[in-house]
Design a protein around this ligand. Sequence first.
Ligand code: ZN
Length: 151
Amino acid sequence: MSRPGDMRPLEAVPGERPPKPRPAPTPEPEAAPFWSAALEGRLVVQRCSSCGHAQLYPCVRCVRCHGEVEFVEASGKGTVYSFTVIRQNYTRPFRDWMPYVVALVDLAEGPRVMTNVVGCDPEEVSIGMAVRARFEPVSEHAAIALFEPDE
Ligand SMILES: [Zn+2]
């Protein structure tokens, strides 16, 4: 079993069904650079070459001005905008991680992303809390960006 706030891949328990891995994305072409960067432990965002707007999730064009976008390195730093603690979820593997935190995190570069805050007790999470990205590989094409306290 995992500890509260720890959503790492689950280990097999002898005599029980093998744990189900975290669901993995099927990267769309415009998002593939985001997922492959995450697999390398890097967080990237899209920046518009016309208006400078930074965005995630990845889109073909800037959602503000329809300008061209490119992927740029992000700091991986952010702050918790809002969050909730999940105490009921009957789907695997999430039921084995309860309680866990689903949060909206404002990246230092601007975009607001939905994620999990991990690496601490859910009761320690607060609005405005400083967090940093950490990555969990979920397939040969992608890793998921999770966030943990930035001390
Ligand atoms: Zn733009």
